[in-house]
Design a protein around this ligand. Structure first.
Ligand code: M6R
Length: 606
């Protein structure tokens, strides 16, 4: 889950490598490094921590090479120290790696027995040694790399340089994405096209098992069997990749505030507002024949799926099976032939989600995905893609991608419901109109930040925070807790309100804020009972609801007043206060909101 780049340039490339790495920091930021080739000689600079540390290092000790590779790391094997930072080197071979080499320990033992000395605790270093070992036996760089690739088990995207070969870079992809970029007399390599956006929009995505030999004249691509193959060159839209914080202090804030616009854009992709009808892409399966839908995803995307389950079951009357992808992939549930499997992912690269997709495909399922990055592996391996039009999401904590995923889920539920005759045209119109009001409601909610700033003071003092919700608000409680813990580092748990008395109530005392997500729907009265139980034990309640504060029937620490909306669309609006509570608590505490510790935006390893 690291970011890798490579450039075969016509001038010194170190600064451009760092520029590209900046666009990949969302993949990890524990350490960074670059290596360049200058007159055949390999030199590297590495630094622990954020990219700026590497920049400072390069300012003091510049590199002049015109050929180079770079890496930004999310540590898996070995602590995030400078010594473990990539690029790794062995006898004139330098590599950067994204992924995990599962058989590294065995390879390391064999190579050590042959006299190789290892300098790091990483799994990646064996790759450099394997290639160097084959070259020592007389093989040229291409042949040596091919032999080494055949010995690696696990997931990798690689860029490799060779001392004495200034016009050569080898790339390989297995389980981790990699894009080749074409320039004029220059060639590029990157974990994604965003990294290459300043240099080129002329891109080839390597496919699973591909490896490529790059020179300044172009790229020769081979498949896993070593056969020369042609892969399409596509034009990626650099405009959509341009990313800055605008007037906001953090990307996360900018992304929260973009929600009215990106939700509108996403809804417009699925709704004919003139007719008040949902228009879905052809799913390649007759909705009337769908007997079950299985959903899998991770983290926030999984919570979007949980909301989707309530909607699809309630409106389309289709049973939905949903699981966290990392569980689903090993549970290997039996799936009915011809069923529909749905995958939700912002990045479209999450390893566990991709693995479940491949499992479902092997079981003869029709594969649909809700993804934000249209060029991603999950999108490319799906039979049908339902895109979210959220634009690039840079903050590690997912916000606008979540509400766009909900928007697509809502349209999918309506579209399936109508196609199956489970709702009437009038009901469809009512639901579509409710969705159309969401951007306005969210814009209104975003005008009241002062309330969240005030609450942030209290929340920042808490050691534990509980989030409660019932029905479709339960996933919102889970999402609220995830947002708070990942960016403020305060321990938080989301619970189904009905579960409170089965255990978590033991945690309640006057030091534990309890955030209750409770729109005034058919379940509100039930949640009122839970609030009473919390209040009776001295718990401090923050009620997020469109009811009046006194409807809770107990003392509240705060009441976040929500606009009156349709019960169907409440998850979309109620997502915003839970995002703002987490965001303001984290900024008050001074944490690194956009790049919280230990996390990465895109989890491309198990
Ligand atoms: O790219 P994906 O949507 O597949 O990512 C899934 C999760 O890793 C992601 O939602 C994660 O939980 C976020 N950091 C939550 O804010």
């Amino acid at each position: 889950m690291c970011g890798i780049v490579g450039i075969l340039g016509t001038k010194p490339v170190a600064n451009d490598l760092v520029d590209a790495l900046r666009r990949l920091e969302y993949r990890g930021y524990d350490s960074a490094g670059v290596a360049t080739l200058e007159h055949g000689h390999l030199e590297r600079r590495r630094a622990q921590g954020k990219l700026r540390n590497l920049e400072q290092r390069l300012a003091k000790e510049p590199l002049q090479g015109h050929t180079g590779i770079g890496h930004t790391r999310w540590a898996t094997h070995g602590r995030p120290t400078e010594n473990n930072a990539h690029p790794h080197m062995s006898k004139g071979v330098s590599i950067v790696h994204n992924g995990i080499i599962e058989n590294f320990a065995e390879l390391r033992r064999t190579l050590s027995a042959k006299g190789h000395r290892f300098e790091t605790d990483t799994d990646s270093e064996v790759i450099a040694h394997l290639i160097a070992d084959a070259m020592h036996d007389g093989h040229d760089p291409v042949e040596a790399t091919k032999m080494a690739l055949g010995q690696l088990k696990g997931a990798f995207a690689l860029a490799i340089l060779f001392a004495g070969h200034d016009d050569l870079m080898i790339a390989a992809r297995q389980g981790s994405p990699l894009a080749i970029g074409y320039g004029t007399g220059e060639m590029y390599l990157g974990s994604d096209a965003i990294a290459l956006a300043p240099f080129t929009s002329d891109i080839t995505y390597l496919e699973e098992g591909d490896w490529a030999v790059l020179t300044r004249a172009g790229a020769t691509i081979y498949d896993a069997a070593g056969k020369k193959v042609k892969r399409a060159r596509v034009r990626s839209s650099a405009g959509s990749m341009l990313i800055d914080k605008g007037n906001h202090k953090h990307y996360m804030a900018k992304e929260i505030f973009e929600q009215p616009e990106v939700i509108s854009r996403t809804l417009a992709n699925y709704i004919d507002f003139v007719e008040s009808r949902v228009v879905l892409p052809d799913l390649g399966i007759n909705p009337a024949h769908i007997s079950q839908i299985s959903i899998s995803a991770c983290g926030t995307a999984y919570y979007a799926g949980l909301v989707g389950r309530y909607w699809i079951e309630r409106y389309a009357r289709i049973p939905v099976e949903i699981d966290i992808a990392s569980e689903f992939r090993y549970r290997e549930p039996p799936l009915q032939k011809g069923g529909l499997s749905l995958f939700i992912s912002q990045s479209g690269e999450t390893a566990d989600t991709l693995a479940t997709l491949r499992y479902c495909k092997s079981q003869g399922q029709r594969i649909a995905s809700i993804v934000n990055v249209k060029t991603s592996t999950i999108a490319r391996e799906s039979d049908v893609v339902l895109p979210t039009l959220a634009g690039p999401e840079i903050g590690v904590a997912s916000t606008k991608a979540f509400t766009c995923q909900l928007s697509v889920m809502a349209c999918l539920a309506i579209g399936l419901a109508r196609a199956r005759g489970a709702i009437s045209p009038a009901e469809e119109q009512e639901l579509v109109q409710a969705l159309a009001e969401i951007p306005r409601h969210i814009s209104h909610l975003l005008t009241n930040e002062a309330q969240y700033e005030a609450l942030a003071h209290d929340l920042s003092k808490a050691k534990d925070v509980l989030y409660l919700g019932r029905g479709v608000s339960y996933p919102l409680a889970l999402e609220g807790a995830l947002k708070l813990k990942e960016i403020s580092y305060i321990h938080a748990e989301g619970y189904a309100a009905g579960e409170l008395k089965h255990g978590p109530i033991a945690l309640i005392d006057e030091n534990v804020p309890v955030i209750v997500v409770a729109p005034n729907d058919h379940l509100f009265e039930k949640t009122v009972s839970n609030m009473q139980e919390v209040a009776a034990r001295g718990g401090k309640i923050i009620l997020v609801s469109d009811t009046a504060a006194d409807a809770a029937g107990c003392e509240l620490m705060a009441h976040i007043a929500m606009p009156k909306g349709h019960a169907f669309t409440n998850p979309l609006t109620y997502a915003v206060p839970v995002q703002l509570l987490a965001y303001h608590t984290a900024t008050f505490m001074g944490t690194d909101v956009d790049q919280p510790r230990n996390l990465a935006k895109s989890v491309t390893v198990e």
